[in-house]
Design a protein around this ligand. Structure first.
Ligand SMILES: C[S@@+](CC[C@H](N)C(=O)[O-])C[C@H]1O[C@@H](n2cnc3c(N)ncnc32)[C@H](O)[C@@H]1O
Length: 252
C-alpha cells in the first residue's frame, strides 16, 4: 500500500515498450469498441464465454460477497456471469476506453437496469478506496500490460480488496505445445484479421491482438507479478492446453 503510494500515477509513467503505452492501448480499444462483442465471440470459437464462466467459478464466494470490482470491463461482457454466480453483487466496472465504456453504458441500461457503477478510468489510477471490495475479477485485460504495470495492478488488487477477499483474472495465452502454438499463432496472425475484414471491421486492430499475445506468451510476467505480492495467496491454472491462463486467489 505505502509502496503503491510512492509510485507515480501511471499516466506519468511511460511504458518501456511503446506497445504498452496506455494512451495507445486506449485508442486501440476505442477503435475496436463497435465490433468487439461479435468479433470476440466468433473469433474465440465460443471459448471466451466459456472462460468467463470459469473465471467466476474461481471466485470463492464465502461470506456472501457483494462488492465486486470488474477491471478492464470492456462492454460489460462479464456482468451476466458475475450476477449468475453472485446474485447479490453490486458491480463496479472500470475501463479506460471511452468507446468501450459508452457501449457498456448501453448494456447497463438495457440489461442491468443501470445497476452497474461504471467508471471510465485507468485501472491503475488508484481511485478506489482501500479494502472497499469483496471480489476483484477481470477477463482478457492482462496482455496489454507490461511487467511494471502488472506489478502495479497486483498491488492495486491487494490495496482495494478487503482481507480474505477473492480475486480472479483470466486471459488468453500462447499454448506450450509446439504444433498447437504454431497453429494458434497462424490463426491469430492471418485468420483473425481476415475474419475482421469479412465482418466489416478494420483488420489492423485485430492484427494487434497477435502482437499483444506474442508479447504476453505464456503469461509468466503476470504470474510473477501476482506471486511477488506478499499480500496475496495465488493459484495459477492453465486452460485448454495452455490457450488461456487464470490467476486467482485471496487477499491474506
Ligand atoms: C480485451 S478487452 C476485455 C473486455 C472484457 N473484460 C471482456 O471480458 O471481453 C480489454 C479491455 O481492457 C481495457 N483496458 C486495458 N488497459 C486498461 C487500463 N490500464 N485501465 C482500464 N482499462 C483498461 C480496454 O479498454 C478494453 O476494454
Amino acid at each position: 500500500m505505502t509502496d503503491l503510494l510512492r509510485r507515480p500515477p501511471l499516466a506519468l509513467c511511460r511504458a518501456a515498450d511503446p506497445l504498452y503505452e496506455p494512451a495507445d492501448v486506449r485508442r486501440l480499444f476505442d477503435r475496436m469498441a463497435s465490433s468487439y462483442d461479435r468479433m470476440n465471440l466468433v473469433l474465440s470459437l465460443g471459448f471466451s464465454a466459456l472462460w468467463r464462466r470459469q473465471l467466476l467459478s474461481l471466485v470463492r464466494a464465502s461470506g456472501s460477497p457483494r462488492r465486486v470490482l470488474d477491471l478492464m470491463s470492456g462492454r460489460g461482457e462479464t456482468w451476466a456471469e458475475i450476477e449468475r454466480r453472485l446474485p447479490r453483487a453490486e458491480i463496479t466496472a472500470v475501463d479506460f476506453s471511452a468507446q468501450m465504456t459508452a457501449q457498456a453504458r448501453i448494456r447497463n441500461r438495457a440489461r442491468f437496469g443501470g445497476r452497474v457503477r461504471l467508471r471510465q478510468e485507468d485501472a491503475l489510477a488508484g481511485t478506489s478506496q482501500d479494502a472497499s471490495f469483496d471480489v476483484v475479477v477481470s477477463a482478457y485485460g492482462l496482455k496489454t500490460f507490461d511487467a511494471g504495470q502488472l506489478e502495479r495492478l497486483a498491488a492495486e488488487v491487494v490495496r482495494t480488496l478487503r482481507p480474505g477477499g477473492s480475486f480472479a483474472f483470466i486471459d488468453i495465452t500462447e499454448p506450450g505445445c509446439g504444433p498447437l502454438r504454431t497453429a494458434y499463432r497462424a490463426y491469430l496472425r492471418w485468420i483473425v484479421p481476415l475474419a475482421g475484414l469479412l465482418l466489416l471491421t478494420d483488420p489492423t486492430e485485430y492484427r494487434m491482438l497477435h502482437r499483444y499475445l506474442a508479447g504476453f506468451g505464456d503469461g509468466s510476467r503476470a504470474v510473477e507479478a501476482f506471486r511477488a505480492e506478499p499480500g496475496l495467496e495465488v493459484e495459477v491454472r492453465r486452460h485448454f492446453f495452455g490457450c488461456a491462463l487464470s490467476i486467482s486467489g485471496r487477499r491474506v
